[in-house]
Ligand binder design. Structure first.
Ligand SMILES: Cc1cc2nc3c(=O)[nH]c(=O)nc-3n(C[C@H](O)[C@H](O)[C@H](O)COP(=O)(O)OP(=O)(O)OC[C@H]3O[C@@H](n4cnc5c(N)ncnc54)[C@H](O)[C@@H]3O)c2cc1C
Length: 222
């Protein structure tokens, strides 16, 4: 149903699972919806680790938000980063890609901006251990992983080779566990076909659990 003039304005911040599904559901309601995201795509958040290990290309884990919303006439998409909210004045401020500030009035606001990685008080780790919340993050890790295997390949000193083939994963949630599995697949199945001196041993995978969380099984149901 298309929105009529004078209908209520809903602003949704974020086009992840939460924002996208809210927009789609409201796409059948008599309201005017504006979905704002700093990326032009919806990222399928469970899969960046596959991009980081070269299993899937970025196009396979991200889809244009415009494409996903095209059937809903009352939903408009705006590419911008939300920088402020004035709850009393019911306005959202956002910055367009070239820096222009824009403002949106709303009757209802849906905040679905997701989360960012936490370094538990050690933000200095970010420089050496990027998070995995965006395609850029995943590609950064992909470059580092493949560079490490290539440098191990050309290393003549066994100790140096071992260093390049040692991966430390901190965090044994879904991302850490999946990434560990994919690194092992890379070393034992994918790369032996490509490298003249394949990594014979699995990369050393060190999964560290934060001490106050005892090891446990994660069960995810989509
Ligand atoms: C490896 C892995 C496996 C998983 N498996 C499952 C599973 O099997 N089942 C399940 O239910 N869940 C699973 N999850 C969890 C699920 O992926 C997340 O809960 C979900 O993606 C969170 O969605 P969201 O919309 O809250 O946030 P996000 O997907 O992070 O979306 C947030 C959006 O907001 C945008 N944004 C952020 N800040 C701004 C800003 N200032 N201005 C504009 N836009 C902004 C971002 O660009 C992004 O598009 C898994 C997660 C991982 C990592």
């Amino acid at each position: 149903m298309a929105a009529t003039s004078g209908s209520r304005r809903v602003v949704i911040v974020g086009g992840g699972f939460a924002g996208l599904f809210a927009a789609r559901r409201l796409g059948r309601a008599p309201v005017q919806v504006t979905l704002i995201d700093r990326a032009e795509h919806h990222l399928f958040q469970p899969l960046p680790y596959q991009c980081a290990t070269g299993i899937l290309s970025e196009g396979k884990i991200a889809t244009s938000l415009r494409e996903l919303l095209r059937k809903h006439d009352n939903v408009e998409f705006v590419l911008a980063e939300v920088t402020g909210i004035d709850a009393a004045g019911r306005t959202v401020t956002a910055r367009r890609p070239l820096g222009k500030e824009i403002e949106f009035g709303y009757d209802y606001l849906v905040l679905a901006a997701g989360v960012r990685q936490s370094y538990f008080g050690h933000d200095e780790y970010a420089a050496v251990a990027p998070g995995m919340k965006s395609i850029e993050d995943a590609l950064k890790i992909w470059r580092r992983v493949f560079r490490a295997f290539e440098l191990a390949e050309s290393a003549t000193d066994p100790a140096e080779r071992k260093r390049w083939l040692t991966f430390a994963l901190v965090g044994a949630g879904p991302t850490g566990v999946e990434l560990a599995g994919q690194l092992r697949e890379l070393a034992t199945k994918t790369l032996p076909h490509r490298l003249p001196q394949p990594p014979r041993r699995h990369p050393e995978l060190v999964a560290r659990l934060r001490p106050r969380h005892p090891p446990r099984t994660h069960l995810y149901r989509p």
